[in-house]
Design a protein around this ligand. Structure first.
Ligand SMILES: [Mg+2]
Length: 391
C-alpha cells in the first residue's frame, strides 16, 4: 500500500469571534489517501493556516524536507518509523513548535489508516487494554460577559453534565492573565467562589477539575488559590503559571495541596521530561495532536507512568481529537480522565457538526471504541461549509 495524496482542510466556524479564547473555532483536518482507497483522518491544535503551511511547504534541503512531499509514495503502515523520518528530516524548521504540532495531525491520520487497514480500533495497535469503560470529563467554558452570568451558567452546565452522566467536570475559572474571556477580569477569590458554587450544586461524588489558564504571575498567588481549592476537594489545578516558568512549577508542585497539571501546549516527549523532572508537575496534559500525534503521546504516557505521574490529555477541538484521546485512554493505566467537550454543552459549531459518527456516551462513560481506526466519520457537507468560511 502506498500513500497517493495528503489533503489539508482549513476549517473555520462561520461565527468566529476573535475576542473569544477558544481554539475550537478553527481546525485543520488532514486526509491521507492510499492507492488501496483507504483514507486516514487526523487533526491537530494550532493555527490551521500555519499547520497547512507546515505540511504543504516544499522541502529545501536534506534537513528541511517537506512533510507532505516526504509521505507521498510511502507505505503508511509504520507510523513510528515515518514519524522519526519526518521529525529528523524537518529538524531545521521543526524539532518543536508548530511543525511538530502539524506532524501530529499526519501521525494521527497514519494511525487511523493502520487501524482501518487491519480492521481493528487504533488502541489495539498501541498496547494492552486496561479498561473497558473510559471516563471523559466534561470541559465547560460558558460564553458569558458578566461574573454573575458566568457563575450561574457554570453551575447550570455542571448540573447538566451531571445529568448526562459525567463523573467529572472541568471548570474554567479564569479572571486574570492572558486567557481572560471577553475582558472578564476578576479577583482570585472569584475563582474559589465559582468552584464553591459548583461544588455545592453537585455535592460530593463528582470530580471537579479547575483550569485557570496561566492566570498567576507568582507561586504565592497560585498557592493561595490551590489552598482554597483543596477545601473544595478539587482533583487538579491546571496551568496556574506561565508555561515557561518551570522553576515556578517546581516550587508550586512541591507545596500545593492540590495536584498541579500542565503541558497542553508542549511538543514532543522531551518537553514533558523537563516539565515532570524539573517542573515536578503531578499531572501531564499532552494534546494528542499537538504533542506530535499518537506516536509521541504514547511515549509521554509511558514516561509519565515511569515517574509515577498521571496523564489527563488536553482535547479542545472536534470529535477527531476526542476520539484519539479516547483510544489512548484504553491502553494507558495512568489516565483516569481525558478532556471531552460535550457537543450539547459547547458553543463550537465545529465540535458539534464536523464528526457525524460520534463516540457514544453511556451514562457518562464511553465504551472502548470498536470500529476500525479512530472509528469516526466526517460530515463532508459540514466540512465544505467550514472550509468556505475559512476562505
Ligand atoms: Mg487548559
Amino acid at each position: 500500500m502506498r500513500i497517493v495524496d495528503v489533503r489539508t482542510h482549513v476549517l473555520l466556524d462561520p461565527g468566529v469571534d476573535p475576542g473569544a479564547t477558544s481554539s475550537a473555532q478553527d481546525t485543520i483536518v488532514v486526509e491521507i489517501e492510499t492507492d488501496a482507497g483507504l483514507v486516514g483522518i487526523g487533526e491537530t491544535d494550532l493555527n490551521a493556516w500555519v499547520a497547512r503551511a507546515c505540511i504543504e511547504a516544499p522541502g529545501t534541503h536534506t534537513m528541511d524536507r517537506g512533510l507532505r512531499s516526504s509521505l507521498i509514495g510511502r507505505d503508511p503502515l509504520d507510523p513510528a518509523q515515518l514519524w522519526q523520518e519526518l521529525y529528523v528530516g524537518s529538524a531545521m524548521t521543526g524539532r518543536r513548535g508548530a511543525l511538530v504540532h502539524a506532524l501530529g495531525a499526519l501521525d494521527m491520520a497514519l494511525w487511523d489508516l493502520c487501524g482501518k487497514a487491519a480492521g481493528v480500533p487504533c488502541w489495539r495497535l498501541w498496547g494492552e487494554q486496561v479498561r473497558e469503560m473510559l471516563t471523559p470529563y466534561a470541559s465547560l467554558q460558558p460564553d458569558a460577559s458578566s461574573f454573575d452570568d458566568y457563575l450561574h451558567t457554570m453551575v447550570a452546565w455542571s448540573q447538566r453534565a451531571r445529568e448526562l452522566g459525567f463523573e467529572a467536570v472541568k471548570i474554567e475559572a479564569t479572571f486574570a492573565g492572558p486567557y481572560v474571556h471577553k475582558s472578564l477580569v476578576g479577583s482570585d477569590e472569584q475563582v474559589i467562589e465559582i468552584v464553591a458554587a459548583v461544588r455545592s450544586a453537585l455535592g460530593r461524588g463528582t470530580e471537579i477539575l479547575v483550569d485557570v489558564q496561566y492566570a498567576f504571575e507568582t507561586v504565592e498567588r497560585a498557592l493561595a488559590v490551590a489552598v482554597g481549592l483543596a477545601e473544595l476537594d478539587v482533583f487538579l489545578l491546571e496551568t496556574p503559571l506561565w508555561a515557561d516558568d518551570i522553576a515556578g512549577y517546581a516550587e508550586l508542585s512541591a507545596r500545593s495541596p492540590v495536584r498541579i497539571a500542565a503541558g497542553e501546549w508542549l511538543a514532543t516527549r522531551h518537553e514533558f521530561v523537563e516539565l515532570i523532572d524539573r517542573g515536578g508537575v503531578h499531572v501531564a496534559q499532552p494534546d494528542v495532536g499537538r504533542v506530535g500525534g499518537p506516536t509521541e503521546a504514547l511515549r509521554v504516557c509511558g514516561f509519565a507512568a515511569g515517574r509515577g505521574r498521571l496523564v489527563v490529555p488536553h482535547a479542545w477541538k472536534t470529535g477527531i481529537s476526542a476520539a484519539a484521546a479516547a483510544h489512548l485512554a484504553v491502553v494507558t493505566p495512568n489516565m483516569p480522565f481525558f478532556e471531552f467537550l460535550p457537543p450539547e454543552l459547547c458553543t463550537s459549531r465545529l465540535r458539534r457538526e464536523l464528526v457525524k459518527e460520534e463516540l457514544e456516551l453511556r451514562d457518562g462513560l464511553l465504551p472502548a471504541p470498536q470500529r476500525p481506526g479512530l472509528g469516526i466519520e466526517l460530515d463532508f457537507d459540514a466540512l465544505v461549509r467550514f472550509e468556505e468560511a475559512a476562505r
